[in-house]
Ligand binder design. Structure first.
Ligand SMILES: NC(=O)c1ccc[n+]([C@@H]2O[C@H](COP(=O)([O-])OP(=O)(O)OC[C@H]3O[C@@H](n4cnc5c(N)ncnc54)[C@H](OP(=O)(O)O)[C@@H]3O)[C@@H](O)[C@H]2O)c1
Length: 291
């Protein structure tokens, strides 16, 4: 099977490559390589690859940036996503598109299912909804995977940020804000593969079990590091305003994923241990590669 991955250098893109590389013919398209603004360029590049699947893991995930610059957000997260969807359709390929829990406002007092009405409260969330709707007008062979806050190997990884800070400071002030779902990129990539293998289409929620706040996540990271001595000060959201308000209590129900694939993702705390063990081993693996 031929799979094209767009946005291969991001947290999700890297894990998708690891997940598919040994089993399938994988081609990666970096956003630097082609102009994703150009529908023609997308069609040409994806058409030349003649893939069975296009997995789009590219996008601007900075909700604050999207709030401040909605035109940019629209161009990157809706129009470019549409160009990729249209190119996949024309190439006869199926599409995977990633979306977010920001499509909800968090007012429901229970985990959101795929059937719940979208009600975004930010530009990032609004554009996530628009992208979902738009790509579905362009191709009916698409799988839309909504995730919670993602952690995994990559530049924006909050786990790595906390680890780095813990080695420098003895105290951290952390948002004790809304509860949400977490998605571990490794588990999300495996879930993506399962859904693709089953030729599923439509919307699926993919997140690890359990829910957390940024505060509880930080505490867990420090516990795993053996750095309980670092003082973590919880700061209410009102004292840490952001351009884009994170939806309160927007947790995702993954029952549909379990019903269709028979799989439930592990608790986020276990996934976190796995991720941090990999982070620790990474320098060692680099050294071994050099010898
Ligand atoms: N991170 C989260 O918390 C989260 C939560 C829910 C859903 N998602 C969704 O999951 C997908 C992957 O997220 P991620 O966390 O892996 O993202 P990431 O680490 O920020 O990587 C995003 C990728 O998108 C490309 N990209 C970044 N800015 C771009 C721009 N302005 N124009 C076009 N492409 C751009 C980059 O491609 P190059 O490497 O080629 O430059 C990068 O590899 C995204 O669709 C995101 O919306 C993420």
């Amino acid at each position: 099977m031929k799979i094209v991955i767009v946005g291969s250098k991001g947290m999700m893109g890297r894990e998708l490559i690891r997940t598919f590389d040994s089993m399938h013919d994988v081609a990666v398209i970096d956003t630097e390589e082609i102009s994703l603004e150009s529908r023609d360029a997308c069609h040409r590049t994806i058409g030349t690859e003649a893939p069975d699947w296009v997995v789009n893991a590219a996008g601007c995930i900075d909700a604050d940036e999207c709030e401040k610059n909605p035109d940019y957000s629209l161009a990157v997260n809706v129009e470019r996503a549409g160009n990729i969807a249209s190119a996949a359709h024309d190439a006869g390929a199926r599409l995977v598109h990633y979306s977010s829990d920001y499509v909800f406002d968090g007012a429901k007092n229970a985990p959101y299912t795929e059937d719940d009405q979208c009600c975004p409260m930010t530009v990032y969330g609004d554009h996530a909804v628009k992208a979902e709707k738009y790509i579905r007008t362009l191709t009916d062979r698409c799988l839309i995977i909504r995730m919670g806050w993602l952690f995994g190997a990559g530049e924006g990884d909050y786990v790595r940020i906390v680890c780095d800070r813990a080695s420098r400071v003895g105290m951290m002030s952390v948002l004790d804000g809304p509860q949400g779902s977490l998605s571990y990129a490794v588990d999300a990539a495996v879930a993506t593969r399962l859904l693709m293998d089953g030729n599923h289409t439509g919307i699926f929620h993919v997140s690890n079990r359990g829910r957390c706040t940024r505060y509880s996540m930080t505490r867990e990271i420090l516990k795993i590091m053996g750095r309980d001595d670092v003082d973590v000060v919880p700061v209410p959201a009102t004292e840490m305003p952001r351009a884009a308000t994170q939806p309160p209590h927007a947790t995702l129900s993954t029952r549909k994923l379990t019903d269709r694939t028979g799989r439930t993702l592990q608790f986020w705390q276990i996934a976190m241990r796995h991720h941090m063990a990999r982070l620790r081993d990474e320098p060692l693996r680099e050294e071994l590669r050099k010898t």
